[in-house]
Design a protein around this ligand. Structure first.
Ligand code: NAG
Ligand code: NAG
Ligand code: NAG
Ligand code: NAG
Ligand code: NAG
Ligand code: NAG
Ligand code: NAG
Ligand code: NAG
Length: 771
């Protein structure tokens, strides 16, 4: 992490004469509150650089709603803590290593010290400000491994800071996914600083005990310092009624009092030791550092490492806010924990907080490779190192522990995508492939998850026994149909890497297995005039009678996870030609997607929008672009622009569902670019670009420049013609090597009426060769 980039004075003067894009403050266009309401669950706090380990922000409690990122638009502040996730669902994680400012003396730190919001929170890249009803103003800044708190208290005898080691984000969902506090340590030192550690467990990934160490210092010596421990039985009863581990009611921490109106504090964190936390703190935030300096450094990090890589010609404030807010939102997690891995000693990079590949493999990882080739290679190496030491690739991972796996082993897709697009560097692909083979051949030990006890929800492919025995998954296993669709894509991923590594026998085996989704296809399943859907199948070969518009509870114990049979039936993206054939040809295929955008199709299930197409969840992500396979690129543009314009904006409710660690942001970013990636393949489907000019800096002097004339706003978006690298283009797709490998140009002419320009070859269907 390039944490603190300080330009020397002479260098800064020199640069003034040579203004580059990096000198423009794009961070001013980021709305930190994008997607913080309406279920987006975004984290609006301080992240000092992309992937920074410290994510310092408010923890707000409403007493009923889960605060997944710590933040809620309404409720009371219970603390300001150093670690958060962003945009996730499931259950809150982290909210640990906190401070809470209290006016006056604190005789009993076990009572409720929370305070409401006096006025709306404010945030900029690298900066957060909260005004509390108790009169305290809290301002926050950070670096990669440390945070800075600046408190302004009202005039009073005492300004108190309570450090509650037992503070975590609670879960009120009653699903047993609440975090627990399992103990820790807390010490104060004569010079007024404190050190300690907290042990926490559980959360959505059912993690066992994990430990974070901390080191806190104040800008002035406290007037008094007290430590406390205790148990609050009120909280105990409350916690057990709400599915929170009752050990979480043991409390521990300290109270620091000051006779000043301005109090500052610097806190370092480490997974290794409190000595390392102190070291990082002093390295990254020396005692004389000001809040302003940290904020400026954070902006410089984000401008340099992210925002300046994508520039547009538009000067419209809403265009700029949309672009840069979404670029910001995709770079918060995973967390770069290189040097902070308590699990094993390794020279490989280490990234945690993958939440989750189930969400991210379609749009995010492909864009991450384009924008962050250096970080992306590190992330791929980290995945393989996790397999090396933990035995399994993660589908999700946080607090150094794999889990949960919702469908397939989708790290396979991510590795294959990196492989086919040429990620090499220091990646050991023999090990990478072995990791994928583990997923494809070894049954993961059952972690006996109460919500899906049939097989592992931690890692790997729990339903592998059926997959190997029948070539499909019987109802013995939960999520049988949606897992089968994903296992097919995972096996296609193995095919891609095996093929590239010259393992021809493996390649043909996995290509064959990647077609197994077909074994769930019941041509007799009927819905709204369409025949043929993926349905549950019994061991004796019979299909189960299934309404293609219903997925029952659509959750862990059901046949389809979080999406309808209609949606999963459109997901074999490596075998689309077969799918078109099964559906009855190009016109029927077009008609089927059109129906997915027709209102009033799904009723009685609040989890779904009124269209079958669900903008808020990933199994629907690719659907609007599939028209490209049947010569109707115009409809891909029409529907994908509809989705972008209807469901996305840069406001607080501007995401159609949980951000899912940036998955939503990357869907709409690809829409703005005018391309859509087919993960695991080198193919990008062509949409319609949002701007007259966009330049993506690909590093090492390469760039992709996408221009458009004749339209380029929210009405005239149909492609009239296209040139790629100066050549007239008649395919509705490009490959990685066409535009990304060495950079390139795409020149669109747009207009308000559809034109049948994409008369060339259809996009590849690499698993369909046998039909
Ligand atoms: C990740 O963190 C390590 C250790 O701080 C650093 O060396 C590396 O450059 C970081 N990676 C990125 C992409 O910033
Ligand atoms: C226990 O916690 C509750 C809720 O925060 C608080 O109202 C109560 O005063 C606390 N009891 C003790 C004995 O600290
Ligand atoms: C978790 O940590 C606590 C405190 O050290 C310890 O008492 C408990 O046994 C640990 N639990 C497990 C499962 O290791
Ligand atoms: C492909 O799979 C089918 C069963 O689905 C099997 O009969 C056949 O032998 C497989 N072919 C290869 C080359 O593995
Ligand atoms: C398979 O089993 C189901 C349920 O027992 C039964 O209804 C069906 O007729 C069987 N199919 C065959 C082909 O035996
Ligand atoms: C579906 O999404 C649209 C667009 O956001 C919204 O207007 C409509 O209320 C949603 N319908 C349901 C049932 O949630
Ligand atoms: C932009 O859209 C408006 C309607 O929203 C239309 O009148 C105008 O012609 C469009 N501009 C261009 C350059 O296409
Ligand atoms: C598409 O373009 C290619 C290359 O210019 C050309 O060979 C081919 O004939 C074109 N196909 C159609 C259907 O226009």
């Amino acid at each position: 992490m390039a944490v603190v980039k300080k330009l020397s004075k002479t260098l800064a003067i020199f640069l003034l004469a040579d203004l580059t894009v990096a000198d423009i403050d794009y961070s001013q266009y980021v709305n930190l509150f994008e997607g913080t309401a309406g279920g987006g669950n975004m984290f609006p706090g301080v992240v000092a650089a992309p992937f920074a380990m410290t994510k310092l922000g408010p923890d707000v409690s409403s007493g009923t709603a889960d605060a997944y990122s710590g933040y809620l638009p309404s409720g009371s502040f219970t603390g300001f803590s150093m670690m958060h996730e962003s945009g996730t669902g499931g259950a809150p994680k982290y909210g640990v290593v906190s401070q809470m400012p209290v006016v006056g003396d604190v005789p009993n730190p076990l009572v409720d010290l929370s305070s409401g919001r006096a006025s709306a929170d404010q945030a900029q890249v690298g900066y957060y400000k909260a005004s509390l009803v108790n009169g305290v103003v809290v301002e926050l800044a950070a670096t990669a491994h440390a945070g800075f708190y600046q408190y302004t208290f009202p005039e009073s005898n005492y300004a108190s800071i309570v450090v509650d080691v037992s503070h975590v984000l609670p879960s009120y969902r009653g699903l047993g996914w609440g975090q627990g506090y399992a103990g820790g340590s807390f010490s104060t030192f004569a010079d007024g600083h404190y050190e300690g550690s907290g042990i926490y467990n559980n959360g959505w990934n059912l993690a066992p005990n994990w430990t974070i160490y901390f080191c806190g210092k104040f800008g002035q010596k406290p007037l008094s310092m007290k430590t406390f421990t205790g148990t609050n039985t009120t909280l105990n009863t409350y916690a057990s009624q709400n599915g929170v581990s009752t050990s979480g009611t043991y409390r521990q921490g300290g109270v620091f009092a000051f006779a000043k109106t301005t109090v500052t504090s610097r806190v370092g964190i480490s997974f290794i030791s409190s000595a390392k936390a102190c070291q990082s703190l002093d390295d990254e935030i020396p005692a004389t550092t000001t809040l302003q300096t940290l904020v400026q450094n954070a902006k410089a990090n984000w401008n340099g490492e992210v925002f300046s890589k994508v520039t547009i010609s538009s000067t419209s404030a809403s265009d700029l806010e949309m672009l840069y807010s979404n670029l910001y939102g995709m770079h918060i997690i995973p967390s770069n924990r290189t040097g902070e891995n308590p699990g094993w000693v390794s020279t490989e990079p280490y990234y945690d907080d993958i939440f989750t590949f189930w969400d991210l493999f379609r749009c995010s990882t492909a864009l991450m490779q384009v924008l962050q080739p250096v970080a992306y290679e590190e992330q791929i190496r980290s995945l393989i190192d996790i397999w090396r030491h933990d035995g399994w690739l993660p589908d999700a991972r946080s607090s150094n522990y794999n889990g949960r796996t919702q469908g397939g082993s989708n790290a396979d897709n991510v590795l294959a995508d990196a492989y086919v697009k040429g990620v090499r560097g220091a990646v050991n692909w023999e090990d990478g492939y072995s990791a994928m083979v583990t997923d494809a051949e070894k049954v993961p030990p059952n972690n006996n998850d109460p919500i899906a006890p049939d097989s592992s929800t931690k890692e790997g492919r729990g339903a592998l026994p059926d997959w190997l025995k029948y070539g499909y998954i019987t109802p013995t296993f939960t999520r049988a149909v949606s897992r089968a669709v994903e296992y097919s894509a995972n096996d296609f991923a193995l095919y891609q890497v095996a093929n590239g590594l010259g393992k021809t026998a493996d390649a043909s085996k996995y290509l064959n297995r990647s077609r197994n989704w077909r074994n769930h296809w019941n041509p007799q399943a009927t819905s709204n005039g369409h025949n043929g859907f993926v349905v549950p199948r019994l061991a004796n070969g019979s299909f189960v009678n299934q309404d293609p518009l219903s997925c029952g509870g659509c959750y862990w114990g059901d046949a389809y996870y979080e999406a309808l049979p209609w949606e999963y039936s459109m997901n074999p993206h490596h075998d689309v030609a077969t799918l078109i054939n099964y559906i009855g040809g190009n016109d029927r295929f077009t008609d089927r997607i059109e129906l997915m955008f027709k209102g009033g199709m799904v009723s009685g299930n609040s989890q779904f929008n009124y269209t079958i197409f669900n903008p808020g969840n990933e199994p629907s992500f690719t659907t609007p672009y599939l028209y490209n396979f049947v010569g109707r690129q115009d409809l891909s543009v029409k529907r994908s622009k509809y989705v972008a314009n209807t469901y996305y904006n840069s406001g607080t409710s501007g995401l159609p569902g949980n951000s899912d660690a940036g998955a939503m942001q990357t869907w709409v970013l690809w829409n703005m670019i005018g391309l859509y990636p087919l993960t695991g393949q080198t193919t990008f489907l062509i949409g319609s670009p949002a701007f007259q000019e966009m330049t993506i800096n690909l590093g090492t002097g390469k760039s992709l420049k996408i221009t458009s004339t004749g339209g380029n706003n929210y009405s005239a978006y149909y492609v009239q013609s296209l040139k790629v690298n100066g050549q007239r283009w008649n395919k509705s797709w490009v490959t990685w090597s066409d535009v990304f490998e060495n950079g390139g140009t795409m020149e669109f002419v747009l207009g308000s009426e559809p034109v049948n320009w994409a008369t060339g070859d259809a996009p590849p269907s690499p698993a369909s060769g046998d039909v």
